[in-house]
Design a binder for this molecule. Structure first.
Ligand SMILES: C[S@@+](CC[C@H](N)C(=O)[O-])C[C@H]1O[C@@H](n2cnc3c(N)ncnc32)[C@H](O)[C@@H]1O
Length: 235
């Protein structure tokens, strides 16, 4: 049987409907990206955002367990964002099991979003769906607006030899240098790593991870009380 060509979803309602349908139809063990413990993300967040007051956003969190793991590591300023409400409902159920308090946001990152200030932006397997220039530009504007100067982005995409599609959508694959380069001159590459992710059915998917530091900034949105970001800005 010939697989249909994956097509780019051009509107926000189409993207939302697509992902809501995925989460409505598939249990966790049918989601290729599922991780019981997001080990590399946790390691790097603990290394590069050692201050437990850091405000951390998991952008495109899906039903990930990252937020509850971070809560258990002592982080108390957590945001999980996704285009799919059903995904976040699942994530919330995991978080509740450990009593984690998380801010849940249903947003489309290919649309302008006011999210900051955050100290650390985490994205595993979301940016690579931005295959159109305009979607990447909008996404990156969102990151730049949200991240404080000196803030950290931990971003993971499929590697050059990874799958070319995911969930019926085309993806863009990156080496570490390409991923860092795509974020542009306002970011400095601190670290990169290749990871051979095992899907729940034990297939291998090569990922590229990067850690980037925000080196230059435009004026961001007003600071909110009680964030690690605010304390650092006051110094
Ligand atoms: C491959 S999953 C990865 C989920 C999670 N980061 C993880 O590693 O388990 C991609 C996620 O990105 C979300 N997503 C896709 N496009 C999005 C967009 N434009 N804005 C926000 N979330 C999006 C999907 O709903 C899905 O939960």
């Amino acid at each position: 049987m010939v697989e249909p060509e994956p097509s780019v979803l051009r509107s926000s309602p189409a993207r939302r409907a697509h992902w809501e349908a995925i989460y409505a139809a598939r249990p966790e063990d049918e989601l290729s990206w599922h991780q019981g413990r997001p080990g590399l993300s946790l390691r790097w967040i603990r290394r590069y955002a050692a201050d437990r007051a850091s405000r951390i956003i998991d952008a495109g969190a899906g039903s990930s367990r990252l937020a509850p793991w971070l809560w258990q590591a002592g982080y108390r300023n957590l945001i999980a964002l996704d285009i799919s409400r059903a995904a976040l409902d699942r994530a919330r159920a995991h978080a509740e099991q450990v009593g984690a308090r998380v801010t849940w946001l249903v947003r489309d990152l290919a649309r302008p979003c006011r999210l900051g200030p955050v100290d650390l932006w985490h994205d595993r397997a979301v940016y690579h769906f931005m295959v159109r220039d305009r979607d990447r530009t909008t996404y990156l504007e969102n990151v730049r607006r949200a991240l404080v100067p000196g803030g950290i982005a931990v971003v993971a995409s499929f590697a050059p030899d990874g799958p070319s599609t995911c969930s019926g959508l085309p993806v863009r694959r990156y080496s570490g240098r390409e991923l860092a380069g795509s974020f542009g001159s306002g970011f400095r590459l601190l670290a990169t790593r290749r990871e051979r992710h095992r899907t729940p059915w034990r297939a291998v998917q090569p990922f590229t991870y990067v850690v980037l530091r925000r080196t230059s900034a435009r004026a961001g949105p007003p600071l909110r009380a009680g964030t690690g970001a605010r304390r650092r800005h006051r110094r």
